[in-house]
Write a protein that binds this ligand. Structure first.
Ligand SMILES: C[S@@+](CC[C@H](N)C(=O)[O-])C[C@H]1O[C@@H](n2cnc3c(N)ncnc32)[C@H](O)[C@@H]1O
Length: 235
């Protein structure tokens, strides 16, 4: 007698491989307070409805989305330097989200919002196609062990997804301090028909554009790592 699936149940759906492992991390009282008192000003709840940026920000400025902003210091700095844009940061790590909301609130910065959820779901469901001017991915988890490479966020399905979300002539800016991941980004992105490498095929960017120094970048530099920026234009 076969013991396989005796009640004809459908197999459980396979969980998609995530690009992060959620670290619990303790919230400081300032972060906790920011999440409780200022979520309504800065937070966007995850939902399956595409966002209306004009309603959200009260203007028609172009929108820049950053994935995995960490503690958000560089994103906030950029939002201050570029008041002509609206910024949406997506991050799963609670203390980082609280840290950014706390600092945005104390510095009275209003062209920034945050979503605490998996960026792949957010892009798929909550970001409309052809709606964003720039997407930023700075120092994503490198998952440097070979058996973990499948967790890297840069992969063909993700590249196809962001190609749908960016406007024509919008930009995708990546940076990493892991040479092997930089090479992987360059290979995968140079092959993507929806994108043009603004530095020329096979080349890294000579400058870091509007990117401000991030916490993980500083950490990498202290360890003696180099930094590679890659900037692509959506065709
Ligand atoms: C190595 S850290 C870099 C943080 C920051 N960009 C910096 O340079 O300091 C990567 C961050 O991406 C976040 N992350 C990874 N995958 C994510 C996803 N699918 N959605 C949202 N955040 C993600 C992690 O929680 C982590 O904070």
């Amino acid at each position: 007698m076969s013991t396989e699936n005796p009640q004809n149940e459908l197999p459980a759906p396979r969980r998609a491989i995530k690009s992060f492992v959620l670290r619990q991390g303790r919230l400081t009282s300032a972060q906790q307070n920011a999440l409780e008192s200022h979520w309504q000003d800065y937070g966007i709840d995850f939902s399956e409805q595409p966002l209306d940026y004009s309603a959200l920000f009260g203007n028609d400025n172009e929108t820049i989305v950053e994935i995995g902003f960490g503690n958000g210091d560089s994103l906030l700095q950029q939002a201050i330097r570029q008041p002509q844009y609206n910024f949406i940061g997506i991050e799963v790590h609670g203390p980082g989200v609280g840290h950014l909301i706390h600092n945005a609130n104390t510095q009275n910065i209003h062209n920034i919002r945050v979503i605490r959820h998996d960026a792949v779901d957010v892009l798929t469901q909550q970001i409309a196609d052809d709606s964003i001017q720039q997407l930023q991915l700075f120092f994503p988890d490198p998952w440097h062990k070979k058996r973990h490479h499948k967790r890297r966020i840069i992969k063909p399905a993700f590249i196809e997804l962001i190609g749908k979300k960016l406007k024509t002539s919008g930009f995708f800016h990546m940076a990493t301090d892991w040479q092997h991941y930089a090479e992987h980004m360059l290979d995968e992105m140079d092959q993507a028909e929806a994108f043009r490498n603004i530095s020329g095929e096979g080349h890294y960017s000579q400058n870091k554009g509007a990117r401000c120094e991030t916490k993980f970048e500083r950490r990498g530099i202290k360890l003696g790592h180099d930094v590679w920026d890659l900037i692509y234009e959506k065709r």
